[in-house]
Design a protein around this ligand. Structure first.
Ligand code: FE2
Ligand code: FE2
Length: 306
């Protein structure tokens, strides 16, 4: 259950409206690395977290804080868009073609669609979508994704910060920059805590016993004269398992050759007949294939060793 209080987490008091800056600020609201993304990412991770206690509470604390960040930016947007497009701007533009061009930088949807308010879109009008978030159920994978999200989010905030000289806007963004700095560390410390609590060794290596050994400790180079061998990633020991890292030219490790079967004649792929006639498929083909595979698997289970 969520409750709402009227107070913003931090002030958002632009000194004056600025419709053009509002168009840029959309990126920090509904862009891939905007506040909506971290908000939804952490909330979904938290709601689906299977460990009651400090992990779930921490994730939901930060997710809930991010709701407040969306609220702050949306509020700021409405204040930046106050009076835009205004009569005075329209008149000024009519009198001055250069100014008209500058004013043309306003996000027209702010005027037409939202009536002077923010939208859940990026700065180019692309709607925010759930495909931006990672909520895997695996806290190591999630926390790594969260570090990356906070880093890109902070970078974009820093860039947008330089696009305004409004002290009120700068004041808010200084707060947001600081939170992004702390949140990056929060998630990195979360990974340290996962390691300390024995949930992971710091690298996602589920099914480790099943994986092949050499590819798990080798840097493959795929161009001649590569200087990549100079880096730590190509020498020393692996971060987990204490194995020797090796640098190796990218050569074929198996005997497989890149070839694909003859095409289904009903799909009209360009084909010279060199691999014989293709198998004609139909809409039911894929279903039949799946069912056949399932049947043979079941048979294997029933008659092991055959
Ligand atoms: Fe945030
Ligand atoms: Fe954050």
């Amino acid at each position: 259950m969520y409750r709402h209080t009227k107070e913003l987490q931090y002030n958002v008091k632009p000194e004056r409206p600025d419709a053009l800056f509002a168009a840029k600020l959309q990126e920090l609201v509904g862009g891939q690395f905007g506040e909506m993304t971290v908000m939804m990412q952490y909330l979904w991770q938290g709601w689906n977290c299977r460990i009651p206690g400090k992990y779930k509470d921490m994730i939901l604390d930060i997710g809930t804080e991010e709701i407040g960040h969306v609220e702050m930016l949306v509020t700021m947007m409405a204040r930046l868009l106050e009076g835009a497009p205004s009569e005075t701007q329209a008149e000024a533009a009519a009198a001055n073609p250069a100014l008209a061009a500058v004013l043309g930088g306003q996000n027209v949807q702010h005027a037409i669609v939202t009536g002077g308010a923010a939208m859940p879109t990026n700065s180019q009008g692309v709607p925010w979508n759930g495909g931006y978030i990672v909520a895997s159920g695996n806290l190591l994978a999630d926390f790594r994704s969260n570090v990356a999200a906070e880093a890109q989010s902070r970078l974009q905030t820093a860039r947008v910060y330089q696009m305004t000289d409004d002290p009120g806007v700068k004041d808010t963004l200084q707060f947001n920059l600081a939170r992004d700095t702390f949140h990056q560390q929060q998630w990195l410390l979360g990974i340290e805590q996962l390691i300390e609590d024995g949930f992971t060794d710091g690298i996602e290596d589920s099914l480790a016993a099943e994986e092949k050994d050499e590819p798990g400790r080798t840097f493959y180079s795929f161009h001649e004269g590569s200087t990549a061998a100079e880096g730590r990633w190509a020498q020393g020991t692996t971060l987990i398992g204490d194995k020797e890292i090796q640098f190796s030219p990218g050569v074929a490790l198996g005997d497989d050759v890149q070839e694909v079967p003859a095409p289904d004649p009903l799909l009209f792929a360009t084909y010279d007949g060199s691999k014989g006639p293709g198998k004609p498929g139909n809409a039911a083909g894929a279903y039949g294939q799946g069912a056949e595979n399932l049947l043979s698997k079941a048979k294997e289970k029933l008659t092991p060793g055959e």
